[in-house]
Design a protein around this ligand. Structure first.
Ligand code: CP
Ligand code: NVA
Length: 309
């Protein structure tokens, strides 16, 4: 691999199972010794661009880059020329000459693919309509902490099976050797190409992927229960979505079907009383605050791994 063909992290399967494990091992080490690693000292600058709202991603990249000794440059894309229609590829060429990595939250996956195609530095997906791979690294780190590992555990995701979180659980969970179950109404089942890719990965890791319409069958015996908002950023039709997704709410009844000691995950922001009840989100099975903190540690590891190559 030459200097001009950097590794990118655009979707969860951009890391092989061994590479994902390496990044998660590094995240555990960085979490234990939070201020002891400065691979971005110099400082190297990391550009973090947002086409959509964010709290956790913005803060964790800003704090993480600073803790690695680097300089985070946070850009609201609407205020940049990107927001006025400057080509993505031209933006990539300009940024690549000055920064060590580009992190971007945007809409369609084709936009971040275009950024990567013209970038000579690593590009990281900080959420697209299709995937949220940095979040899944944090979730897998949380599962490791709570359950001692990922492989062989059942992770059930309930709700919008066609959104970025569902797709990333399929790819990232399969990569981690998990048994990923997606419970969603038929109109909200995952993208077939992504599902097939996840099945292909699972066949090599000992994991599996299953799509179900019955939330009770999906929750039975699960070690991890996860959900996400029913209305992702940029999506319309809230009333219809709420009506069809209500049977998939993560509540005390769902939790009662899961394995004893099941871990509850939600990437946040959460809408209590919609996709998850307050009782479960704020209850003893919930790991959501560790999960949110783990964005920091997982992304520091990812940046160290990508930029330090
Ligand atoms: N989970 C997550 O990505 O949160 P933000 O939208 O606040 O960044
Ligand atoms: N699926 C949600 C995740 C937010 C972090 C969205 O895309 O809005």
């Amino acid at each position: 691999m030459t200097h001009d063909t950097p590794r990118h992290f655009l979707r969860d399967d951009d890391l092989t199972p061994a590479e994902q494990a390496e990044v998660l091992d590094l995240a555990e080490a960085l979490k234990k010794d939070r201020h002891g690693h400065r691979p971005l000292a110099g400082p190297k600058t990391v550009a973090v661009l947002f086409d959509k709202h964010s709290t956790r991603t913005r803060v964790s990249f800003a704090v993480g880059v600073a803790e690695l000794g680097g300089h985070p440059l946070i850009i609201d894309a609407a205020g940049s020329q990107l927001g006025r229609g400057e080509p993505v590829e031209d933006t990539a060429r300009v940024l690549s000459r000055q920064v060590a990595a580009i992190v971007w939250r945007t809409f369609g996956q084709e936009r971040i693919d275009a950024m990567a195609s013209a970038s000579t530095v690593p590009v990281v997906n900080a959420l697209t309509d299709e995937f949220h791979p940095c979040q899944i690294l944090a979730d897998l780190l949380t599962v490791r902490e709570r359950l001692g590992g990922t492989a062989g555990h059942v992770l059930t995701y309930l709700g919008d099976g066609a959104n970025n979180m569902a797709h990333s659980y399929l790819l990232g969970g399969a990569t981690a050797g998990m048994h990923v179950r997606i419970a969603a109404p038929p109109a909200h089942h995952p993208d077939t190409l992504i599902l097939n890719r996840a099945a292909q990965i699972a066949a090599t890791t000992g994991g599996s992927v299953t799509v179900l319409t019955d939330p009770a069958v999906a929750a039975a015996g699960a070690h991890v229960l996860a959900t996400d908002t029913w209305v992702s950023m940029g999506q319309a039709g809230k009333d219809e979505r709420v009506a069809v997704l209500m049977p998939y709410q993560l509540n005390a009844e769902t939790l009662a079907l899961a394995a004893p000691g099941a871990v509850v995950l939600h990437c946040l922001p959460a809408y209590r009383g919609m996709e998850i009840t307050a009782e479960v989100l704020d209850g003893p099975h919930s790991a959501v605050w560790d999960q949110a903190e783990n964005r920091l540690h997982a992304q520091k590891a990812l940046l160290q791994w990508l930029v330090g190559r």
